[in-house]
Design a binder for this molecule. Structure first.
Ligand SMILES: C[S@@+](CC[C@H](N)C(=O)[O-])C[C@H]1O[C@@H](n2cnc3c(N)ncnc32)[C@H](O)[C@@H]1O
Length: 211
């Protein structure tokens, strides 16, 4: 874990080797005056810890090119860059999340590229630049189920090897799982998973292994 010399450690937490800011941290409170995320990207969401826990046991290859969909403040992006030595891009439709992501990356001495785009903007050519796609708590509207399913179809065609999505267990996520199982029965798995850091959190993982 990197030593934190500049950031006050009050109102920070740690999980799986990285530092995370809470919404009460003085720097977050200051940043809120300039950047106000407006599509639920106003904090770190706990489904990210499921991805971290899963990757502790199922490590990425060094230098893997990872795309995080709907990264928000980017807890999973920062974990992949810092703890799995991946080359990570955090994508979000809301540009106001990026200052928070950049602060999280700085606190963890790692680099995460940012990309302002929606799921529908990611066509085959762009997706071909990634080996692995991750996403935490990004399937919360019915329309997103459809957008994500179509993105996965394009990603498979573009040669993406693995997709890992985490969710607390919303009905929209169940619908996405059902569609993926039907489309790619041999590549699909659905796992009930729990994380123990920063505290116990239970949820679900959708995994598509196209390798
Ligand atoms: C519930 S937050 C989760 C943030 C982050 N993954 C985490 O675990 O802390 C959902 C994120 O998805 C982004 N988002 C929602 N719809 C999107 C879309 N169609 N394309 C890209 N990003 C989207 C939001 O801006 C927000 O940052």
């Amino acid at each position: 874990m990197p030593r934190l010399e500049v950031f006050p450690q009050n109102h920070m937490k740690t999980a799986y080797g990285i530092w995370l800011f809470t919404a009460q941290h003085p720097l977050v409170r200051k940043l809120k005056r300039f950047a106000q995320p407006n599509v639920h990207g106003h904090k770190t969401w706990s489904s990210s810890y499921l991805i971290m826990d899963y990757l502790q046991e199922n490590r990425l290859k060094k230098n893997s090119r990872v795309l995080e969909l709907g990264c928000g403040w980017g807890p999973a992006s920062v974990y992949c860059a810092s703890q799995q030595k991946a080359r990570v891009t955090g994508l979000d439709v809301d540009e106001n999340v990026f200052p928070y992501l950049e602060m999280m990356a700085a606190a963890n001495d790692c680099k995460v590229r940012t990309l302002q785009a929606s799921f529908n903007d990611m066509k085959g050519k762009k997706l071909a630049g990634f080996d692995v796609i991750v996403g935490a708590d990004i399937c919360f509207w019915e329309s997103l189920t459809d957008d994500l399913f179509k993105l996965f179809r394009r990603a498979r065609r573009a040669g993406v090897k693995k997709i890992i999505l985490a969710d607390p267990g919303r009905s929209t996520f169940d619908d996405l799982c059902e569609r993926c199982e039907k489309a790619w029965p041999g590549s699909f798995s659905h796992e009930y998973w729990y994380a123990l850091e920063p505290k116990r959190f239970e949820g679900q993982l959708l995994i598509l292994d196209f390798s």
